[in-house]
Design a binder for this molecule. Structure first.
Ligand code: LIP
Length: 266
């Protein structure tokens, strides 16, 4: 895709995220229908409705681009270009009426060599928080923006001054891996935050609100847009595929804290 097409892709992704965000805002305080409830996760009927709304808008402008979303796939997910969508990231927060959730949309391009996730690169990213009306955007190689203003990661290089976010995934394996990290870091940093929306955690690092974010057991759609936005804001997005379908562990930092934070994550 050339720059004109990338700009068009960003525009339609922003429009789609805005539409899904409006649906989230309208329903935050309403009773919500759950499609699945398990110990550490909830999937809502609104997740599906938001992805349908997003897909319809994207496919109008890019009918040939496939979709790999948390709520389903359309077209060939191993095609040259694909949208990666988390229609509501932070679903448990949203289900409980906690206004800390977002829409995450990334456009990815196949770079090879394998057709696994590692063979794809995010080239456009949009994360929208409808409750704070904050729209983060990025095109690879350009500055990351928050509501059209350039953002940069923080310059805090000391753990003692750092605000670090941790994520506790929906699976016990992720919980077991991160709890010791919590115990270890809590004594060393300014504050730990556990907010429950991966894409917002990533763009908060990109914006300098957090200095790092660690989680194990995330899916591709949680991180595809936020990881690009972080890199375009000068941050470092370390990520490693885990066994299973589109699973990752990640360490997102301002680039100055990686060694102090990621040493034991592996
Ligand atoms: C959520 C992530 C969060 C993670 C949860 C869940 P969802 O995504 O944003 O960081 O801890 O387990 O994966 O399911 O709300 O889109």
């Amino acid at each position: 895709m050339n720059q004109r097409e990338l700009a068009k892709a960003l525009k339609v992704a922003v429009e789609a995220a805005g539409g899904a965000g409006a649906l989230m805002r309208k329903n935050l305080r309403e009773e919500k229908k759950a499609n699945l409830v398990v110990q550490h996760d909830i999937k809502l009927e609104l997740d599906v409705r938001c992805q349908q709304l997003i897909e319809k808008h994207l496919l109008k402008s890019f009918p040939e681009v496939s979709v790999l979303g948390e709520e389903g796939v359309s077209g060939d997910p191993n095609a040259q270009y694909r949208w990666v969508i988390d229609p509501i990231d932070g679903t448990v927060n949203f289900a409980y009426g906690i206004p800390h959730a977002c829409v995450s949309i990334a456009l990815q391009e196949f770079k090879g060599p394998s057709r696994l996730d590692a063979g794809y690169q995010s080239i456009v990213g949009v994360v929208y928080d409808p409750f704070c009306d904050e729209m983060w955007t990025a095109i690879r190689g350009k500055a990351a923006l928050l509501n059209n203003k350039a953002i940069k990661v923080s310059k805090r290089a000391k753990l003692a001054e750092a605000v670090i976010s941790l994520g506790f995934s929906k699976h016990h394996a992720g919980l077991s891996k991160m709890l010791p990290k919590f115990q270890d870091l809590a004594h060393k940093v300014r504050k730990i935050r556990v907010m429950g929306a991966a894409a917002l955690d990533l763009v908060y690092v990109a914006t300098g609100r957090y200095d790092g974010y660690l989680e194990s057991g995330l899916r591709l759609w949680d991180i595809a847009a936020g990881g690009l936005i972080l890199e375009c804001a000068g941050g470092e997005f370390w990520n490693e595929p885990l066994p299973g379908d589109h699973y990752f562990q990640i360490a997102a930092t301002n680039g100055l804290l990686r060694k102090k934070l990621t040493g034991t994550l592996k």
